[in-house]
Design a protein around this ligand. Sequence first.
Ligand SMILES: *[C@@H]1O[C@H](CO)[C@@H](O)[C@H](O)[C@H]1NC(C)=O
Ligand SMILES: *[C@@H]1O[C@H](CO)[C@@H](O)[C@H](O)[C@H]1NC(C)=O
Ligand SMILES: *[C@@H]1O[C@H](CO)[C@@H](O)[C@H](O)[C@H]1NC(C)=O
Ligand SMILES: CC(=O)N[C@H]1CO[C@H](CO)[C@@H](O)[C@@H]1O
Length: 586
Amino acid sequence: MKYWLAMWHILIISIAVVSAQGRYENTNLKQDWWETAVFYQIYPRSFMDSDGDGVGDINGITSRLEYLKELGVDATWLSPIFKSPMHDFGYDVSDYYSIQPEYGSMEDFEQLLRKAGELNIKIILDFVPNHSSNESDWFIKSSNKDEYYSDWYVWENGHLDDRGQRSPPNNWVSVFRKTAWTYMPTRDQYYLHQFGTSQPDFNYRNPVVVEEMKNVIKFWLEKGVAGMRINSINHLFEVDKDVFGGRYPNEPLTGKPGLGPEDYGYLDHVYTKDQDETYDMVSQLRDVFDAISIRDNVTRVMMTEASTTIKNAVKYYGEGIHRGAHIPFNFALIADLDKDSDARDIKFAVDRWLTYKPLKKQANWVTGNHDKSRVASRFRPELVDAFNMLVLLLPGIAITYMGEEIGMVNGFVPWSETKDPQACNTDDPVNFIDVSRDPVRTPFQWSNGKNAGFSSAEVTWLPVAEGYEHLNVAAQRSAVRSHYQVYRTLTNLRLRPAFRLGRYESLALHRDVFAFKRWYNDDTYVVVMNVGRVYHVVNLTAFDLIFGQLEVEASSVLSSRTYSDSVQANYLDLAADEALVLRMQV
Ligand SMILES: *[C@@H]1O[C@H](CO)[C@@H](O)[C@H](O)[C@H]1NC(C)=O
Ligand SMILES: *[C@@H]1O[C@H](CO)[C@@H](O)[C@H](O)[C@H]1NC(C)=O
Ligand SMILES: *[C@@H]1O[C@H](CO)[C@@H](O)[C@H](O)[C@H]1NC(C)=O
Ligand SMILES: CC(=O)N[C@H]1CO[C@H](CO)[C@@H](O)[C@@H]1O
């Protein structure tokens, strides 16, 4: 273990030296820091455990910042680290102004900010505004009808039938299944929770709640974080019940087959999602970021997450008088693609987002997060490099979920060890696997050591995924070819103006072969990927002004080609799963 740690430091130092950014560094791009940045999502519970309790923590993150630097990451956003009873692992906050003790102290967090600042890595926090924990002081006071807090949450009377049986106010269902209403005897009323029962929804129609949320954002921005990611923002508002005579109306049924009244998909969420008021709220919150950005002359970014239709999704960029978020997450590469997708589907998904996005705003690309199956498992392991090429070389911002740079796969977490409330709520030891998010949250794989180098504990909070002995950072770092090496090559490539500022054009050259061209002045690249399972020959001259020879800048792990090999534009043979970044010879 000690030996390995020592090697680790030597490697970090040597890699940092060779990763000089070369001749493109001085190009005057006139871009703000975030506009073509690489953001890396850390799920703190599973990244690095510094104190041997089997749970990742802040000092663990601090100890691995050099690794992020070496990857070419500009900013990292951390899933919630605020104080929480952890019914939903930090997405249920009990105190928005303090750090969860098992992750560390405020001093630890300040130390993380300092160290990150020295390395020029920005820290972004995940803000969960749609609900607090049921164990927050605010909720406890509200459920006791404290005068000031009484109206902070969404309270509603239930129904009583002839025999005195009590039932919830209406048919609304939680995202985690079952009724979205829980009865509180202290008020003889129900509270609304769009997620778990431990996550009561705030009442955003109460201006005092809105003020408090702005204060939370200010507090962390003043502490020095570079921005906030606002979670599930489209769930902020419910319909205004006054429009319906003072009671929240039932939601209509979707009529989808195979679903029962306890399933989220049973209802069409017209009254609990995507309400118009949300966009005005985004604009109000954006003002908080802008005020501090202007004062300090450094942009603090606002990222928003909403899983919704594309037309709603791009509204978060802002429209008319409403200012939007800098980075509304784009889930096209997750939501629009699956195992059966071919090159045409990829082109369609990418172009669709670029089409709906306001012309002058930056796009962003996401292939995974703490809620979605990993790329290696959702598609297949051989396509990891191709997807990293999409994320890192398409126009705009790149967002990587930790572990995708080494092609981590979903872990197997048996029912007996399942922790995710969304899985536990199924009460189903067989089918829980379909909804469990634990498999993408298994510990990060640093090495082939104990617990994959994540922790010295006997038991980790989730089991380490199988296969970590071979699939880990240390192995990929010492290998000549690995996903990790490809990822670093790509983050270096994206510093070039063609990828930061360049234009974009794409083609499905074949049902299995997706390609796109990026160019800036005379510097032209073609990224080409065979996402099929058989060999194909393609003709890149189908792109305007692509001809002659191209040189390989990067190639997927299984490709037989390496850096500086030449290929012919009019006859390019691609093995199954082969992905290449090519540069036109001038
Ligand atoms: C909060 O909710 C959880 C899960 O429903 C429950 O176990 C716990 O007792 C609740 N706590 C309070 C203070 O109501
Ligand atoms: C603000 O920052 C930019 C770029 O970092 C710099 O060019 C500009 O002079 C600064 N403006 C002020 C008022 O300090
Ligand atoms: C590739 O396409 C170009 C332009 O259509 C054509 O002239 C050329 O013959 C093609 N190459 C091959 C090898 O088919
Ligand atoms: C997409 C989504 O639903 N994300 C989050 C919404 O909020 C819940 C509860 O806070 C989280 O569990 C989800 O990850």
